[in-house]
Design a protein around this ligand. Structure first.
Ligand code: NAD
Ligand code: MG
Length: 411
């Protein structure tokens, strides 16, 4: 593991010298048809003169991708799934928008010169394209948390090597970035991420056994893609975010915590050694952290609802119940194991969430599968140092196979 206080160097403040503000920002959106992609393009559509869209990508939602590419005059539109290529080509014929398909085409899109890349593909599928974007040495607005979870040190070393600028999009990490502004590393005592608690916050263990996908997909506060919505219901999302925070900010594992805050108004609390706590508050709308990541350090007007604390009345906080929601503690455990453990955790979680969404396993099995996959990996000596993206992807592949055998053993 890297030394405790070297990581924040990855976050470099914007240098306005390079491109005058009057010029439009060249922007690529990876995962343009998803929830984060849509919110990003909503902001872009409100100030089209400030952006020039280089590339938009999606996995297979061709109809939406083509519509967005035309609306935002993208130069290039790419689908990951090659079987969707003919339809994309047909929908964009005569528009002058270049089209491509396949994994290599996603990486190529991410490598086209852009001032900023919104990395918003879900899951480990986002790793190669996000690495390619970082290698440009410009700005990466990082929504794809799996990239830091699976490939933390390897990714940050690429970011540093390329001289890229990394801006977190996750609301808690955007909040931490703001709450840490100007702080001396030694003055920071603890970083606490808030979690809404998800739709099952008040459910008993007995009830959770029978929780169904359609119930887990109803998040009380945030509208998000399916995978992160399930992660929010298990609280594994907070686990992934603790790992993400570990890589982004100047704290060790034991200085990171999560607390349940059902109103989702306070996004992160930074505790300082003198007793001060600096927090960032905002409505639960991703357009606020997205706007900051696109425009950092500038703040721009967004269409989000204004926060009315009087109307909200009270803000409440509860501890995370590690029995019903073991995700955060499993994640901290993976961080302590180091090496490929977090990549294994992430891969096992992706497989388990998928199995739950397909009604092949129960809700409580998700965390069980992640924990058991990590234990089996450790017993087989599969947790090892990762030096490169290929090492991370090979750990990811092995963990997926292992997680599938754990699922079979449950059935
Ligand atoms: P989503 O499911 O709504 O969208 C995912 C996007 O990725 C889509 O455009 C989809 O076409 C594309 N995609 C999916 N699989 C792909 C593959 N194999 N190859 C290429 N592209 C693929 O997800 P989302 O909610 O927008 O989340 C995106 C990322 O942002 C996730 O990593 C998530 O954890 C993170 N994030 C999301 C939110 C949120 O509010 N939605 C908040 C914080 C962080
Ligand atoms: Mg978050």
């Amino acid at each position: 593991m890297t030394a405790q206080f070297t990581r924040p160097a990855a976050i470099k403040l914007a240098d306005h010298g390079e491109r005058p503000l009057a010029e439009p920002q060249r922007l690529t959106v990876l995962g343009a048809t998803g929830s984060i992609g849509e919110s990003t393009l909503d902001l872009v559509g409100r100030e089209p003169e400030r952006f020039e869209i280089i590339a938009l990508t999606a996995q297979c939602n061709v109809e939406k991708l083509a519509r967005l590419a035309i609306a935002h005059r993208a130069r290039l539109a790419v689908v990951g799934d090659e079987t969707c290529y003919a339809e994309l080509k047909q929908r964009l014929s005569g528009t002058g928008i270049e089209t491509a398909a396949g994994e290599a085409a996603l990486v190529d899109a991410a490598s086209r010169p852009a001032d900023c890349t919104m990395a918003a593909i879900v899951g480990a599928a986002g790793l190669r394209p996000t690495f390619a974007a970082a290698r440009q040495g410009r700005r990466v607005a990082l929504a794809n948390k799996e990239c830091l979870v699976s490939a933390g040190d390897v990714f940050l070393s690429e970011v540093r090597k390329a001289g890229a600028e990394l801006l977190p999009v996750d609301s808690e990490h955007s909040a931490a970035l703001q709450s840490l502004a100007g702080a001396e590393r030694t003055a920071v005592e603890r970083i606490v991420l808030t979690a809404s608690g998800g739709p099952f916050r008040c459910w008993s263990l007995e009830q959770l056994k029978d929780a169904r996908p359609e119930q887990a997909l109803k998040h009380p506060n945030w509208a998000m893609g399916a995978k992160i919505t399930i992660d929010s219901a298990t609280l594994m999302n907070k686990g992934l975010e603790l790992i993400e925070a570990y890589h982004l900010f100047p704290v060790g594992v034991d200085q990171l915590d999560a607390v349940v805050h059902p109103q989702s108004v306070v996004h992160c609390l930074v505790h300082y050694i003198d007793g001060s706590v600096i927090a960032q508050l905002g409505p639960p709308d991703m357009r606020t952290p997205i706007a900051l990541a696109l425009n950092w350090p500038e703040r721009r007007t967004t269409p989000t609802a204004k926060l009315d604390l009087v109307k909200i009345g009270s803000l409440t906080f509860e501890p995370v119940d590690a029995v019903r929601f073991p995700g955060p503690s499993i994640a901290k455990d993976a961080l302590r194991r180091g090496g490929s453990a977090s990549a294994i955790l992430n891969a096992a979680n992706e497989i388990a969430v998928d199995a739950f969404l397909n009604a092949n396993i129960g809700f409580l099995d998700i965390s069980r599968i992640v924990r058991q996959t990590l234990e089996h990996a450790e017993a087989r000596g599969l947790i090892c140092a990762t030096q490169s993206l290929d090492d991370v992807l090979s750990a990811d592949r092995e963990a997926r196979a292992l997680a599938r055998t754990v699922i079979e053993s449950l059935n």
